[in-house]
Ligand binder design. Structure first.
Ligand code: FMN
Ligand code: SF4
Length: 513
């Protein structure tokens, strides 16, 4: 057997030189008369080791990384030997991977993302075949039994959302996948779409069968061109193979799927704004009720689910809901792919069952800060998530435990800051972000965030500090209570946590204490 060499074709790896590495491997192998099969796989999610090259001589995959173009000749000279300085040993034995519980991401980096054969050979479409034997209600019941909750942010039970759409009357129903992935430090949706697009397609087809929807849309942020290419290619191949279209696997059931591009507004990740945008209008938040499940896209019953929620569905159908529910704690069942970003030594994707601690994530997986300085703060759950201090790092990673400390897990983004961070600046940034991204529909958010920036500026200059702190607190409460959606309603979370946990950063200038 010829040597199989895997070089990732995913965005992070490409940005770190994977294309040049792949070209050079082919060239240098040919120059040496060495027969290799070059496979462009997805990323394993170990970003600090990208480009992570793997080889398989028939005895299992071994990893080398990070491989730069200048390393290629010596790698080939050593015949990808275990004594090469970049040798990391068998990929599956890498502690960072081995300690994870990869369920949704089990295929990540293993396969060629757009190969239908690879997908089928690794359990792909088994869930769909099973789903085709079940009634819509049985499908919804399976998802309910898995305990899956929405991974887009609000953690609403997916099965209950599907039940509402199944029960709603409508000549046409829709499945809309929220692939806007606007949260800071997040990339798990992108990894699904770039590295395992058929999994999302399969999840959406199953969702369609469950609620009686025959049309799906993936609302994808424009900033993900590679995800777009892989999705379009995978949709075309799935269609040609009879997984999409008017007669799914000769079942007589139909489901069609298209990608629609968003134009880069954070608020278009909010489900009702997303629907407006999908209808060709400006992305403005709709008042709820009616829920999108009852009156969604074009006023018809619509499931809006995050990429990760839909991507979890194929394995729930294939391995059974009990298997998925067997991971996690209390009401947080299954796994969450955490995304380690910011000032972190070992950034990347860590899929874990709920219940591990934040400390494990930051210290064991992340290896502390990239700068080597002490970690001072972590923001979990995107730009609307609270900041946490090291005293809270033993908090269990589950929805309820986070809610109990005024924080959110959201989409699983974890952004790390070392002790050079100025938390007053971060609080100001949260308000400023809201100024930029507010849809402008309601006053507490549109005006409140602008006033918030001004008040924090005054506090940072030391002007009437006590009075301005009281004003900031009042303003935060008004935004929480008076905003129409979570954009204005949650922007105060990072602000409040910053001044509560790091008060010294709000007292640095002169003025009253
Ligand atoms: C300001 C704002 C931005 C959001 N951005 C996203 C996003 O980028 N992706 C996402 O899936 N959900 C996002 N959400 C949550 C969605 O409104 C919605 O809850 C989610 O798509 C539902 O899917 P799920 O039940 O699978 O989580 C956002 C919410 C708000 C308020
Ligand atoms: S809270 Fe902000 S983003 Fe949400 S509806 Fe009001 S103005 Fe729009």
């Amino acid at each position: 057997m010829s040597l199989r060499v895997f070089v990732p074709c995913e965005t992070t790896a490409l940005s770190l030189g994977a294309e040049d590495v792949a070209t050079l491997i082919s060239r240098e192998a040919a120059a040496r008369g060495l027969k290799i099969e070059l496979v462009r796989n997805g990323s394993r999610g170990l970003f600090w080791l990208e480009p992570l090259v793997e080889v398989d001589d028939g005895t299992g995959r071994r990893a080398f990384g990070p491989v730069e173009p200048g390393d290629v000749a010596s790698l080939l000279d050593s015949h990808f030997g275990d004594d090469h300085p970049l040798a990391l040993g068998p990929t599956d034995e890498l502690p960072w991977l081995k300690k994870q519980q990869r369920v949704t991401f089990a295929r990540l980096g293993v396969t060629d993302p757009v190969s239908l054969d690879d997908y089928r050979a690794t359990g792909g479409f088994d869930g769909l075949h099973h789903a085709l034997e079940l009634t819509p209600q049985q499908l919804v019941d399976r998802v309910k039994a898995s305990g899956l909750r929405g991974r887009g942010g609000a953690a609403f039970p997916t099965g209950i959302k599907w039940q509402t759409v199944l029960d709603a009357a409508g000549a046409q129903k829709y499945i809309v996948c929220n692939a806007d992935e606007g949260d800071s430090g997040t990339f798990a949706d992108r990894l699904v779409m770039e590295c395992d697009p058929y999994m999302l397609i399969e999840g959406m087809i199953i969702a369609g069968l469950a609620v009686g929807a025959t049309q799906g849309y993936i609302y994808l942020r424009e900033e993900y061109p590679l995800a777009h290419r892989h999705l379009d290619l995978a949709i075309a191949r799935a269609e040609a193979a009879g997984y999409l279209g008017n007669n799914i696997q000769n079942s007589g059931r139909a489901f069609a799927l298209e990608v629609r591009l968003g134009a880069g507004a954070y608020i278009c990740g909010e489900e009702t704004s997303l629907l407006e945008s999908l209808e060709g209008k400006r992305g403005m938040v709709r008042a709820k009720p009616p829920l999108p499940a009852i009156e969604g896209l074009f006023g018809l019953p619509t499931v809006v689910n995050n990429v990760l929620s839909l991507a979890a569905v194929p394995s729930i159908l294939r391995d059974g809901p009990e298997h998925y529910a067997g991971f996690g704690v209390e009401r947080s069942r299954g796994t969450l792919p955490f995304q380690l970003a910011g000032n972190i030594a070992q950034g990347g994707l860590v899929e874990l069952a709920f219940g591990h601690s934040l400390r494990e994530l930051i210290e064991d997986f992340g290896g502390g800060s990239a700068s080597g300085r002490p970690v001072r703060a972590v923001q979990v759950g995107g730009p609307l998530g609270a900041y946490l201090s090291p005293a809270q790092f033993d908090t269990a990673l589950d929805y309820e435990a986070f809610s109990a400390i005024g924080a959110v897990l959201g989409h699983g983004g974890v952004v790390v800051f070392d002790d050079s961070v100025d938390m007053a600046e971060q609080a100001r940034f949260s308000m400023e972000f809201c100024v930029e991204e507010s849809c402008g529909k309601c006053t507490p958010c549109r005006i409140g965030s602008t006033r918030g920036v001004e008040v924090i500026d005054r506090i940072m200059r030391g002007e009437n500090r006590d009075a301005n702190m009281a004003l900031l607190e009042d303003l935060c409460d008004t935004m929480i209570q008076g905003s129409l959606c979570a954009m204005g309603g949650m922007t105060p979370f990072p602000v409040k946590s910053a001044y509560t946990l790091f008060p010294e950063d709000f007292q640095r200038q002169g003025g009253e204490a």
